[in-house]
Structure formats: structure tokens, C-alpha cells
Design a protein around this ligand. Structure first.
Ligand code: GRG
Length: 306
């Protein structure tokens, strides 16, 4: 007699659909969040809009929205944080692409901001996005449970020169072409890319007014996920095509950069990323069923192809 096959649990979550709809939500708010396109000086505002709407997955804002879902707060309370973080991230990409940094011609499938508008305007557009993000963050209503200064302070720490994004970028530049240790590499990646992701998730907890225990768990989740994000970015630089990535692939080895594949090889790097994401997911176990989307998003990050 033919054996009955065991019933399979259907996973109804469609990550592609989820990413698309969340990106649409974020983009609709970004348009109002930026200063007007035709404001003076025109070239500066055009460059800001161009860089923001050149594409981009909006992973950081989407992580903020998914964290908000896990903490069961209204996503409209997170719009300012989500948009501000995307502006800060885009500023870092504009500056990262400059001739004095990575010297790249393409980003998000289009000409980099300095190739399109010239180096001067590109530097200013990056600075203007950062300044505007901080101005808008300072408009978030402050309450005793979630005082606004702590939010702004937290984000500035994450993008600053002491263990933040700027520190990571400086260490990255200093390490090019040199020998580096496993510990140093983790420090660079955690600062350069991890800190903003970690802080985005932590700040969502601050806005939700969640307990210190959950804030600590979110911080640990964000740290591991942020590091995994950069490891996968390193892997994609080796395995992906320029077309898939929307930027020049294979540049890390040309610039002799400190990366996980350079130190550990591709197979071990993939395992590291997978292990980190599993450990991250473990940190938010206590949030229960509302964190289902956040867990799916974390899993996607470990296997993303773009
Ligand atoms: C101040 C001159 C000056 C430079 C600062 C801050 C900085 C330069 C660089 C930050 C380093 C950096 C660019 C880190 C981000 C690395 C990363 C994983 C980028 C890709 O992010 P995705 O995959 O890209 O989210 P999209 O395009 O989808 O947003």
C-alpha cells in the first residue's frame, strides 16, 4: 500500500512581495521627507533626490518597520526614523563612491552621484542628506519614556568616529593592502556597516518604549545581523555580477580590502553569515509570533543575492 506523505507546513510568507510593498511604503514617505526637488540651490537638491531615488533595497528602513511589527507599534510612528536612516545610509554611499574613497562609477544601477553631478556637489549632497536626517530626527516628539535626545545621541554614536560608521570606514582605508586579523576584520565590519543596522533596530525599541531587557536583546540581534550583512556584501562582491549588484563587482580584491572571503574563503564566510543570523534570531525568541516577519527578514539577509 502506498504510504501517505506527511502533511507539510505551508510557509505562506512571500519575502519578495513583502520587500516590494515595504519599499513602496518607505519610498512614498521619502518623497515628502526630503527638501523639495526644485528648492535652491537646484543642483544640490537634484543630487540629493537623484541619490535617494537611484534605487536601493531600503533594507534598514524595512528592518525598522519589521522590528516595529515585532514590538507591535503603529508603523506610522517609525516613518521619521526609517527615512532618516535611509538618508544617512545614502550619504555614506555617496561618499564611499568618491574618487578619494572607493572611486566607483556605478551605484544602485546608475552613475554615482559624483559622476552625474561632479565631485563638489556629491560631497555637499552627502553632507546635506546627513544634516537633513538629523534635523528631521530632532522633530520626533519627545516623551519621558522615549526622550528624543537619547534617540539622536544613539544614532550619532552609530555613525561617528568612535566605533561608528566613520571609524569603520577609516579603519577600512587604513587596512587596504595590509595584513589583518580576524578580530580586526570583525571590528571594521561591525563599525562600518553593523553599527547603523544595530542602531536602527535599537532606536525602534526606544520609540516603542520597550523594556531594557528587550532593548538589550534587540541590540544583540542588530549587532549580529549587521555583521552578517557586511559578510554577505563581501561574498556578493566575489560571486555577484556588476549587473546584479548595480555597482562594480570584484573591487574588494582589486583594492586588497579586508574582507571575510579574503581571510576565510567563500565557504567558511557563508557559514559565518548563516551562524550569525541564527544566533541573532535566537536573541529575539522572547518576542514570540509578532517577530515572525523580522525572523524571515533576517533569514533573507543571510542568503540574499543582491
Ligand atoms: C565623510 C568623506 C567621508 C566618507 C564617509 C561613511 C562612509 C564614507 C562610508 C561608510 C561605509 C559604507 C558605505 C558602508 C555600507 C556598506 C554596505 C553594505 C553598503 C550596501 O548597502 P545596501 O546593500 O545597498 O543596503 P542599497 O543600495 O540597497 O541601499
Amino acid at each position: 500500500m502506498k504510504k501517505k506523505s506527511a502533511p507539510t507546513l505551508k510557509n505562506t510568507f512571500n519575502i519578495s512581495h513583502y520587500l516590494k510593498t515595504q519599499k513602496e511604503f518607505v519610498d512614498s514617505h521619502l518623497a515628502n521627507f526630503l527638501p523639495p526637488l526644485h528648492a535652491n540651490p537646484k543642483s544640490l537638491h537634484e543630487a540629493m533626490h537623484y541619490s535617494i531615488f537611484a534605487g536601493g533595497k531600503r533594507i534598514r528602513p524595512i528592518l525598522i518597520l519589521a522590528t516595529g511589527e515585532a514590538l507591535q507599534i503603529d508603523r506610522n510612528n517609525l516613518v521619521h526614523l526609517a527615512c532618516a536612516v535611509e538618508l544617512i545610509h545614502t550619504y555614506s554611499l555617496i561618499h564611499d563612491d568618491l574618487p578619494s574613497m572607493d572611486n566607483d562609477d556605478y551605484r544602485r544601477g546608475q552613475l554615482t552621484t559624483h559622476k552625474k553631478f561632479g565631485e563638489g556637489i556629491a560631497v555637499l549632497a552627502g553632507n546635506a542628506l546627513l544634516t537633513h536626517a538629523l534635523k528631521k530626527l530632532s522633530e520626533i516628539p519627545s516623551t519621558p519614556e522615549r526622550p528624543r535626545p537619547s534617540l539622536v545621541n544613539e544614532l550619532c554614536q552609530a555613525i561617528g568616529s568612535q566605533n561608528g560608521m566613520l571609524a569603520g570606514q577609516a579603519m577600512d582605508l587604513e587596512t587596504q593592502g595590509k595584513r589583518f586579523s580576524k578580530e580586526h576584520l570583525e571590528q571594521i565590519h561591525s563599525a562600518k556597516t553593523g553599527a547603523l543596522i544595530q542602531s536602527s533596530i535599537y532606536c525602534t525599541g526606544l520609540i516603542a518604549g520597550t523594556s531594557q531587557k528587550i532593548l538589550d536583546n534587540l541590540s544583540s540581534f542588530g549587532f549580529k545581523l549587521g555583521l552578517a550583512y557586511q559578510i554577505v556584501d563581501d561574498i556578493l562582491d566575489v560571486e555577484g555580477s556588476s549587473n546584479e549588484l548595480g555597482k562594480t563587482a570584484g573591487k574588494d580584491s582589486v583594492h586588497k580590502k579586508a574582507t571575510y572571503p579574503a581571510l576565510h574563503g567563500l565557504k567558511a564566510s557563508k557559514q559565518f553569515a548563516m551562524d550569525l543570523v541564527n544566533q541573532a534570531i535566537h536573541q529575539i525568541h522572547d518576542l514570540g509570533p509578532p517577530s515572525k516577519t523580522l525572523v524571515e527578514l533576517a533569514r533573507f539577509i543571510s542568503i540574499r543575492r543582491f
